[in-house]
Design a protein around this ligand. Structure first.
Ligand code: BES
Ligand code: MN
Ligand code: ZN
Length: 522
């Protein structure tokens, strides 16, 4: 999808569709109605307002109304897009709305669209979410459909003009904002493709190949370690989980290093993603219903891969590493058993009480490995527990960690990127649940507070390094279309990670600027 900016008036737009975002007060505003609405309606001889009224369109959030122009305008259809109340407006509201608009436009087989940007204070953020919402909303996973070819080859909106609000002049930074938004949304869609791919064709080996082509295209460093190397690294927990599958495990390590030598020496950020390409539960086998979506158990690693793709373009002034321990969790004659004791890379021993608590085992070894780089911070993303979905519902991710500063930075990044993440407590009261009679700890506690005990387990492997664990079991995958999301993978985490890296970049650059002016000031 390509984007350009225009300063013309909505009423003279030329395209297949014109998208008009409207607040719930806009249609009844007698004093100061938006000129895009007033003039376009006038040219339509009042038919916009009339149809809107007949259809019950009031500009409420979630409302969309398609109107034929019958040759009265130079666009085939007008799509009225409800934004809800101004008081509740934010970038995510606009992102979701644009997702709806593009879905509607694609249904109309439109190829070109003119989108009126709403008159809001933070225009830069509005441009970013308009571009992101449009690209995310046009996502489809139809790789495996052979029937319904019409739908598959149907045209999609690929040329978009963004109309600046009245009186706003175009400036260069707008192109940069749109370009960044485009690369973020495309990376999220890439992540969705990886997660939606069936486990049979998204094996650890294929995931590693994806990382390889990403590294090649983006100029990132890459190490892929096979079973032999993972044995040398003494990752006994990772190997335990991987044992039951005929698929070879892969430890994937992507790295971005700044060109500048001083910047390259800064402490890195480590991103770690859960990469269970299929979670059957192992010998603690899941029931069929619970197993159905378990190709998505590598969504954490897909988010890390998507983020690394953008980070390679952003070129932050510090190194960023991505780690993924990829394997399948399968039952077999060679599978790890209940009661087995595994020896982790750190030497800590773990009694297996449930082979379905596999993610923490693989992550534990990979987190310990990532920690050896002495990173300034580690953020891990994992579809770790069903309990987190019970706690927060399917749309919200849980965040765990003791470092308040890092936690705050991650939560603020998420808020600004429009991803819903809430902190849950790493309460000491649930630590004892993992005490084992035979080993240093066991891998699963009881049901109550299950996502907290899982986080406690991970914490054992990160030492004192500032660390945040994101349990994305819920929002990585949705079961209905909503806004820019469609049934299946969401690419959750990509936007938050990229925003986190951007904020850290801005912070470091500001600090560096302070240092250079300081001597003159004295
Ligand atoms: N991959 C699952 C968690 C999950 C469940 C993700 C549903 C997405 C949707 C994880 O490996 C798992 O099986 N966790 C168990 C832990 C339990 C055995 C302690 C769970 O949540 O039931
Ligand atoms: Mn599991
Ligand atoms: Zn799992």
């Amino acid at each position: 999808m390509n984007f350009s900016f225009g300063t013309g008036h909505a009423s003279t737009a030329k395209a297949d569709v014109l998208v008009l975002p409207l607040f719930d007060t806009d249609l009844t505003d007698k004093k100061n109605p938006p000129s895009a609405w007033v003039k376009t309606d006038k040219k339509m001889k009042g038919l916009l307002a009339k149809t809107a009224q007949q259809e019950g369109f009031k500009g409420k959030g979630e409302q969309t109304c398609v109107i034929q122009t019958h040759g009265k305008l130079s666009v085939g259809r007008v799509i009225l897009l409800g934004l809800g109340t101004r008081a509740k407006f934010n970038a995510e509201v606009l992102r979701m709305a644009l997702g709806r608009a593009i879905k509607a436009a694609n249904k109309l087989k439109a190829k070109t669209a003119v989108i009126q940007l709403p008159g809001v204070r933070e225009l830069d953020a509005a441009i970013q979410s308009t571009v992101e919402g449009s690209i995310l909303g046009s996502y489809r996973y139809d790789k495996w459909r052979t029937t319904n070819k019409d739908e598959k080859s149907a045209p999609r909106v690929d040329k978009v003009q963004l109309l600046l609000p009245d009186g706003v002049k175009k400036d260069k930074s707008m192109d940069a904002t749109a370009a960044l938004a485009k690369s973020i949304a495309e990376a999220a869609n890439f992540s969705r493709d990886l997660v939606n791919e069936p486990a049979g064709t998204m094996t650890p080996t294929i995931l590693a190949e994806q990382a390889k082509s990403l590294a090649k295209d983006s100029g990132l460093g890459l190490h892929i370690f096979d079973r032999k190397k993972i044995e040398e690294l003494k990752m006994g927990m990772f190997l335990g989980v991987a044992r039951g599958s005929v698929e070879e495990p892969k430890l994937i390590h992507l790295s971005y290093t700044p060109d500048d030598a001083a910047a390259a020496k800064r402490a890195p950020i480590a991103l770690v993603g859960k990469a269970i390409t299929f979670d059957s539960g192992g010998l603690s086998l899941k029931p069929s219903d619970g197993m159905l979506d378990m190709k998505t158990d590598m969504a954490g690693s897909a988010a890390v891969l998507g983020a690394m793709r953008v980070i390679a373009k952003l070129k932050p002034p510090f190194p960023v590493h991505g780690f993924m321990g990829a394997c399948e969790n399968m039952p077999s004659g060679n599978a790890y058993r209940l009661g087995d004791v595994l020896i982790s890379r750190l030497g800590k021993t773990v009694e297996i009480t449930n082979t379905d608590a596999e993610g923490r085992l693989v992550l534990g070894d990979v987190l310990a490995y990532a920690n050896e780089l002495k990173p300034a911070a580690i953020i891990d993303l994992a579809t770790l527990t069903g309990a987190c979905i019970v706690a927060l519902g399917p749309w919200v991710a849980g965040a765990f960690g003791d470092d308040d500063q890092l936690m705050w930075n991650v939560l603020e990044s998420a808020r600004s990127a429009g991803e819903d993440i809430w902190r849950l407590p790493l309460t000491d009261s649930l630590k004892d649940v993992l005490k084992s009679d035979v080993a240093d700890m066991k891998n699963a506690g009881d049901r109550m507070g299950g996502s907290i005990t899982a986080a406690h387990f991970l914490k054992e492997f990160v030492g004192d390094t500032p660390w945040v664990h994101l349990d994305i079991a819920g929002p990585s995958n949705v079961n209905k279309d909503k806004g820019y999301m469609s049934k299946g993978a969401t690419g959750f985490g990509v936007r938050t990670l990229v925003e986190f890296i951007r904020r850290r970049t801005a912070e470091l650059n500001a600090a560096a600027a302070d240092e250079t002016i300081a001597p003159d000031e004295e």
